[in-house]
Design a protein around this ligand. Structure first.
Ligand code: AHR
Length: 650
């Protein structure tokens, strides 16, 4: 886009005699592209809840993703007819056996009939078992033997064809009763990393035995049992998130009322967690249960933002407000008590039993998810019933309405004043770039806080839920990152009203996705950040605590300026979505002096450039020194770039 004034000048050179142009030209000077910053006083505080994270069981985010369990269909409940993801080895016969239930929660087991030495069963994990050198894997399972058989069993991580053993151990004897067995499998230092591996449990001699809940964990983040995958956790911790919105999303609601996220069924030993069907087409193990979500927030230094099931499920079932809804309100109150109640309370005591006597720092709860889909129009009354009960017991908790102002007015909650409303924006990069300037500036400052609880830019002209999206890469490219950055700048400039926001979804197993775009991609062995991940990280790690009012003039560059009130840090975030380098006069008013050198972190790439499993670092930010910094100085923002200038007032 050429500034209007220079257009005028070139038209005049075409229609006026040269001598007149010479006289008139200085009077019609080309306006200088400028970013003016008022550093004399903060315009507002940056909300302490910028920036957050959101995901749910989608795209194998947890099972086959962040939750480090490597065995797929570990409880044999994924399919009621076949032991899917399990294969017989060495000529054995395998079958689901409801006659030999593991327990009431997992009323099934796997019968393995080995007719020859070395017969047994193998599991290929979530698109492979990741084998790494010098690594200790923790295998555990329940087993019992038929009369006349007592083992031993060999537990091994081996190549897909069983020809190469990477690590193995022996369980010497089985009995006729269910017992749990645990063993370490340690790989050698010279093992080549691979995903082409399986876990095999085989019998040395012919015989019949049953297996229940077979589990294999690699090392986890902080070495926590039943914990999280370290490479993904490192990427998340690097984002310095302030909160985690969980457990969903659609995953909270379930397809039906019965398949909602029943938080109480996700507590305690994994052998007592049956899991449940998730709305994204596969069964969740619930290994990532309520306590694991809370520990995850804690391990990231983030706060929980808890989604409460509010009586509406995806396929349209809803619970009538009033008497019918009361048990669901009680479920929510109990869940809140589990998270933050004293250990003297029923559910606070259960939390202590589960290993965490300290209450978690819960400040926000969200009542339902995307309840604008409820065609019955019951949300206003359902919200009110939850709101009243929650406020009575926990007056300080902020209640978020799941219907934001981006929805038609008739869908909004009107019978109560929600503390916060949740808006969702899955839009094209172009939409974000065009709409971001002035978008939240227009919002009523007297209204509720805004939580942008799901947002992401896509490069395509069709949305993520369109069938065509399944042929596109799972993670977004630089074009999307530019849209994301324009949107983040808009939300940050307005974080007095947009107090919370989180990109969604966060994670995708590249072999098993239902939704794109997603911030972080991975397979069983490796992971990578998309350009949008790096854009997000650049924003979320350079926040400051106050907003300086800023204005751009005569430039398509978008900006947000924040500062550390005590540190003197000034963060100038610039987004140039165009294909031309843009020189900018940066005019910082009200600043006595500034250090002459600063730092620029820049993400610059062609719009279609991206990262992938094979090219994980094709598009990453680069850091360089910026010299000649003054209260008023010139800076060129490269074409297709996102830049954070880190300056220091002196
Ligand atoms: O983030 C994916 C889905 O998008 C969420 O589950 C839902 O809330 C939204 O429609």
């Amino acid at each position: 886009m050429i500034p209007a004034s220079s257009d005028k000048l070139s038209i005049m050179t075409r229609i006026l005699p040269p001598v007149l142009v010479a006289v008139l030209a200085p009077a019609i000077a080309v306006a200088e592209p400028t970013l003016t910053i008022d550093a004399s006083k903060p315009a507002a505080d940056v909300s302490p809840m910028h920036y957050g994270l959101m995901t749910e069981e989608i795209n194998h985010c947890y099972d086959g993703g962040l939750y480090a369990e490597l065995v797929r269909n570990r409880a044999f409940l994924d399919d009621s007819k076949e032991p899917v993801n399990w294969t017989p080895v060495g000529g054995a016969k395998i079958a689901l056996d409801p006659e030999q239930p593991l327990n009431d929660a997992i009323p099934i087991s796997l019968r393995v009939e080995s007719t020859a030495a070395g017969g047994g069963v193998a599991n290929g994990g979530y698109w492979g078992i990741p084998v790494k050198p010098s690594t200790t894997y923790r295998a555990s399972f329940f087993a019992k033997a038929s009369p006349g058989f007592s083992g031993p069993l060999t537990v091994a991580i081996q190549s897909e064809d069983g020809e190469t053993t990477f690590a193995s151990a022996e369980v010497p004897t089985l009995s006729g009763n269910w017992n749990t067995y645990e063993t370490n499998l340690v790989t050698a230092a010279d093992v080549e990393p691979t995903t082409k591996a399986r876990l095999a449990i085989t019998a040395k001699d012919p015989g019949t035995f049953w297996l229940g809940l077979v589990s294999l964990f690699p090392p986890t983040w902080n070495d926590r049992a039943n914990g999280l995958r370290p490479d993904l956790m490192k990427m998340l911790v690097d984002l310095k998130p302030k909160f985690l919105r969980f457990p969903g999303g659609n995953y909270l609601e379930g397809d039906t009322i019965d398949t909602r996220f029943k938080w109480w069924e996700t507590l305690g030993p994994i052998s007592l967690r049956p899991g449940h069907p998730c709305p994204w087409g596969y069964r969740s193990t619930d290994g990532m249960g309520l306590m694991e979500f809370l520990l995850w927030t804690e391990e990231m230094g983030a706060k929980p933002v808890l989604g409460l099931y509010a009586g509406y499920s995806l396929k349209g079932d809803y619970v009538k407000p009033g008497k019918d809804l009361e048990p669901f309100v009680q479920e929510a109150l109990d869940e809140i008590e589990y998270v933050m109640g004293p250990v003297t309370s029923k559910w606070g005591a259960r939390r202590a039993t589960d290993g965490h006597p300290e209450p978690f720092p819960l400040e926000y709860v969200e009542i339902g998810n995307e309840d604008w889909f409820d065609k019955s129009g019951s949300y206003d009354k359902r919200f009110a019933q939850f709101y009243d009960a929650i406020k009575k017991k926990y007056p300080k908790l902020k209640c978020i309405s799941s219907v934001g102002f981006e929805q038609p007015k008739e869908k909004w909650v009107k019978s109560r004043n929600p503390d916060v409303v949740d808006e969702h924006y899955y839009r094209t990069a172009d939409w974000f770039i065009k709409e971001s300037p002035g978008f939240y500036e227009k919002y009523d400052r007297e209204g509720p806080e805004i939580f942008v609880g799901e947002w992401a830019a896509h490069e395509t002209d069709y949305p993520p839920w369109d069938g065509r999206a399944k042929n596109d890469p799972p993670t977004p490219n630089m074009e999307a990152a530019l849209g994301d950055a324009a949107w983040m700048a808009a939300m940050e400039r307005n974080s007095d009203i947009v107090t919370m926001q989180c990109y969604a979804p966060l994670l995708v197993n590249v072999n098993g996705r239902q939704w794109r775009p997603d911030l972080i991609g991975y397979d069983a062995l490796t992971s990578y950040g998309s350009p949008s991940y790096y854009a997000f990280r650049m924003f979320s790690t350079n926040v400051g605590d106050v907003i300086f009012k800023s204005e751009t003039a005569d430039t398509p560059v978008q900006a947000s300026v924040t500062a550390g009130a005590r540190t003197g840090d000034i963060f100038i975030k610039l987004v140039n979505p165009t294909s031309t380098d843009r020189s900018l006069k940066i005019d910082i008013k009200g600043l006595r002096s500034i250090q002459p050198t600063g730092e620029a972190e820049a993400l610059t790439a062609a719009p279609d450039a991206t990262n992938s499993i094979d090219e994980p670092t094709n598009v990453v930010p680069e850091v360089s020194e910026v010299t000649g910094v003054k209260p008023s100085f010139d800076y060129t923002v490269p074409a297709h770039s996102i830049v954070v200038l880190k300056l220091k007032a002196s």
